[in-house]
Write a protein that binds this ligand. Structure first.
Ligand code: FES
Ligand code: MG
Length: 589
């Protein structure tokens, strides 16, 4: 970077001969925290560290430490660091749901990146929504940006067995419901899954989105899977700091990296790692903010036929440390590359293509990352379903258990289809209140429906579609019923739900018309879900809904809930703030 580099947008603040008054004003206050006049006017690139770690965000808190190493990398390459906070998003701590805050953090970060003297940014990612929020903002502003994952926690252990984040909760609550453990043991079991700093150690939404960020090319190769406390994590923080300065000099921007082939690579990697059902929502959002056309159907056409290679909970057995030691994302990409399933010339943050980065990456443990020819499951991607209850929903078929398969899909007349009576819940509170009520008459043939849980109904869309059966069924050995809904579900859940249904009940979707007792037919082969009532009856119910003013959901509790409800789109198209996607590459204007 030369002293007079014309590319640096920060010069408009600190070195603007056309507006000497403002330049002076900007300069005098930034000197307050120890930068010298000489530094600020030297033409050095100014690198932002978008800090997502805080006491409110324990998953990302280790970034407060890692940022020091990022600083050292930036300084060594001649850059200046300005670190600033990003609106916190803690998946497990935010009420009513962390999903509400992704778009808020996005908006806040766009304003910061656009409105302050930053030439590039290091995005500190980790916990579920922090990754898409940061990437979406960097895409909109389009200044050089590189992501640094905080990394997963160490493996959790209990009585010699791996206990994984979130996944252990679903298991423990079944044990509790069946009376096999008491409350204290329940808490102990769940806490054992969180032994260190870092994000969820399962293949939940965090490991998924950090892996996909690397597969998209937005972080350094091999960096996503490094556990948070490992020495290598510090090392990659330092390298990330060094690299962002070079990216600024090269003017390598998100729009150069986030291309359609990169998104298709990410979809395929998502299948191979057994990634979260939240990924289609977040990638759709990111694609729209960067101006790439990525219809939901691409998840099935590009991703369904890819086998599951990564043996991590909830679909498999292992956890984050094992994933890293087995080779992480590069080993997975290299397996797909050998089959011609990766667009190898997609550019990445280190200035090389994904093909150059991952060619020859080996698997160090073939039980954790399986070779392509010996997968855990074939066809591990998502399928898309539609019908008279919604236009689009997805299902992760790789987590269908043998018991579930036997109970619902081994009908000799129709091996991919099953039918049953619906029991409908309006939001998670309704579900929790009533699920164990014997009067509902839930049997192993019942289909559980969750509605009022989409981006508008439960602002931000709650992770509640995976519903455990009533306790009395669990004691009888029925540990999962088919679940369908307009909400999301945690990536740590192994439930084969049909979810993310769009449009949601609160946006006039067909789920609003469903009644407990209706029979619903699910045909996975034909990719359909249909309530078995006549068109005339459906039309009548639609009319009644119209007269009633639409599907009822709880009122907004905060200004942001009301604002987001007025602007948010459906999950099929990323649940972004509609209209925000018009603002693209704004740093160049
Ligand atoms: Fe933060 Fe899982 S709760 S990563
Ligand atoms: Mg989640």
């Amino acid at each position: 970077m030369t002293a007079s580099s014309p590319k640096l947008r920060s010069r408009a603040w600190f070195d603007n001969p056309d507006n000497i008054d403002m330049t002076a004003l900007y300069l005098e206050r930034y000197l307050n925290f120890g930068l010298s006049l000489e530094e600020l006017r030297s033409g050095r690139p100014i690198v932002g560290i978008a800090q997502t770690g805080s006491d409110l965000s324990p998953c990302n808190r280790h970034h407060l430490v890692l940022a020091e190493r990022v600083r050292e990398g930036v300084r060594e390459m001649g850059g200046i660091v300005l670190e600033f906070p990003v609106h916190p998003i803690q998946e497990t701590g935010k009420r009513p749901t962390a999903g509400l805050d992704r778009n808020l953090a996005y908006l806040g970060l766009v304003e910061v990146l656009y409105g302050y003297p930053l030439d590039g940014v290091v995005l500190t990612i980790g916990c579920d929504k922090t990754t898409p929020a940061c990437l979406m903002a960097a895409a909109t502003v389009n200044i050089p940006a590189i992501a640094l994952s905080v990394g997963p926690m160490l493996n959790g252990w209990h009585k010699g067995e791996r206990t994984g984040s979130g996944t252990i909760v679903w298991k423990a609550r079944q044990l509790l419901a069946a009376g096999e453990i008491d409350e204290a043991a329940f808490i102990r079991l769940v806490a054992s899954s969180a032994p260190s700093t870092g994000y969820c150690n399962t293949m939940g939404t965090a490991t998924t989105m950090n892996s996909l960020c690397e597969a998209l090319g937005m972080s350094l190769p091999g960096s996503a899977a490094i556990p948070a406390p490992y020495r290598d994590r510090q090392e990659v923080a330092y390298q990330t700091g060094r690299r962002i300065v070079e990216m600024i000099a090269e003017d390598l921007k998100p729009s150069d990296i986030l291309t359609k082939p990169a998104f298709h690579n990410a979809i395929r990697v998502n299948s191979a790692i057994g990634g979260s059902t939240n990924a289609p929502i977040h990638l759709a959002a990111l694609a729209r903010h960067v101006g790439v056309d990525l219809p939901l159907k691409d998840w099935e056409t590009e991703g369904h036929a890819i086998p599951l290679l990564v043996n991590l909970q909830p679909a498999g057995s292992y956890l984050g440390e094992d994933y890293y030691r087995a080779g992480g994302v590069p080993a997975v990409v290299s397996q797909l590359m050998d089959q011609g399933l990766i667009h190898e010339d997609a550019m990445t943050a280190n200035g090389r293509t994904i093909g150059e980065n991952c060619r020859g990456a080996v698997i160090e443990d073939e039980d954790v990352i399986r070779p392509f020819g010996r997968p855990l499951k074939e066809n591990a991607g998502f399928i898309l379903l539609s019908g008279n209850l919604f236009d689009a929903a997805i299902m992760k078929t790789s987590v269908i258990s043998p018991a579930f398969h036997e109970r619902y899909l081994e009908n000799p007349d129709d091996p991919d289809a099953f039918e049953g009576p619906a029991v409908v819940f309006d939001g998670p509170e309704d579900y929790h209140r009533r699920i164990d009520d014997p009067a509902l008459g839930i049997t192993s043939q019942t289909l559980l429906f969750m509605r009022g849980a989409g981006p508008i109904g439960y602002p931000g869309a709650a992770e509640v579609v995976n519903m455990r059966p009533p306790s009395y069924l669990i004691t009888e050995g029925v540990d999962a019923l088919p679940c369908i809904g307009d909400g999301r579900q945690s990536g740590t859940s192994g439930s084969p739900s049909i979810l993310n249904a769009s449009p949601e009940a609160a946006a006039w979707g067909g789920l609003a018309l469903l009644r407990t007792g209706d029979r619903v037919r699910i045909d996975l082969g034909k990719r359909t879900v249909n309530v078995q009532i006549s068109e005339a009856e459906l039309a009548e119910r639609r009319e009644a809904l119209r007269s009633a003013g639409g599907y009822r959901y709880p009122p907004s509790q905060t200004p942001w809930q009301a604002i987001q409800r007025g602007m948010v789109g459906q999950m099929e198209t990323g649940a972004i703030l509609e209209g925000a996607e018009k603002f693209q590459r704004i740093a160049q204007t």
